[in-house]
Write a protein that binds this ligand. Structure first.
Ligand SMILES: Cc1cc2nc3c(=O)[nH]c(=O)nc-3n(C[C@H](O)[C@H](O)[C@H](O)COP(=O)(O)O)c2cc1C
Length: 215
């Protein structure tokens, strides 16, 4: 049988390239979120974005219709195809900024668990949960504690994100990792004023972070 040398060389090259690409793919998947076999995040991976966010009068942004954290939550859901869930206290916070800070301060001092509106999401449907919140008194708002207490995150991947006006994500990231006992990926922190007033800049930052996580 006559061997076509050119054809054999092409076949060998193709096989070598496939092996190299497969090896690269395997390395990447260790550092990013769960990936499907095509290298993109698997469409079978069910994602939830659960967030708390307060509209009305807020620090540095005046009276707003949509909370700063909610803006980021919607960007994340749009990019990842996630379901959105708003953590909503049964009793709303005051619409004015200073009275709201006072109520929040008392709740923190009392380590309160304000009641939140249900029904809560069925966690068995999700393998990845983004948890979003504003920083309140250098901490999570207490309704987020209520949410975390009520849900079971064991075996899931949890990814925190927050808006703030100077404190940054601080110890909340560590707290979420310890309390949920979930695998926790690197969180995002962003100024609320950036989320509210510079949507293009905010979106670029969110997409950059999501890309780093593998989305
Ligand atoms: C009750 C309350 C407490 C806050 N405490 C802090 C704080 O300790 N550190 C900080 O950087 N920002 C603090 N802020 C500012 C918020 O974190 C910031 O405005 C955030 O973007 C609000 O997000 P939201 O619109 O999604 O609720 C506080 C705001 C409120 C209403």
């Amino acid at each position: 049988m006559k061997i076509n040398l050119k054809k054999a060389t092409t076949l060998l090259m193709t096989a070598l390239m496939s092996l190299t690409l497969a090896a690269c793919g395997a390395g990447d998947s260790k550092t990013t979120a769960k990936q499907g076999k095509d290298g993109e995040n698997s469409s079978k991976s069910k994602i939830l974005v659960a967030y708390f966010s307060r509209a009305d009068e807020n620090y540095g942004v005046g009276v707003i219709e949509k909370g700063n954290t909610r803006i980021l939550a919607e960007m994340i859901a749009e990019k990842t195809g996630a379901d959105l869930f708003e953590i909503k206290p049964v009793k709303a916070y005051p619409k004015e900024y200073t009275p709201a800070t006072q109520v929040a301060k008392v709740e923190k001092e009392q380590n309160a668990r304000p009641e939140i509106e249900g029904p809560l999401p069925d966690m068995s449907k999700y393998d990845t949960v983004f948890i979003g919140y504003p920083i309140w008194w250098s901490d999570l708002p207490m309704p987020v504690y209520t949410f975390i207490d009520k849900e079971n995150f064991v075996g899931k991947t949890v990814i925190p994100f927050c808006t703030h006006e100077g404190s940054g994500i601080g110890s909340t990231e560590r707290f979420i990792a310890d309390t949920t006992k979930a695998k926790t990926l690197e969180g995002l922190e962003m100024r609320g004023t950036t989320a509210q007033n510079s949507p293009e800049e905010a979106k670029a930052e969110v997409l950059k972070w999501l890309k780093k996580l593998g989305y």
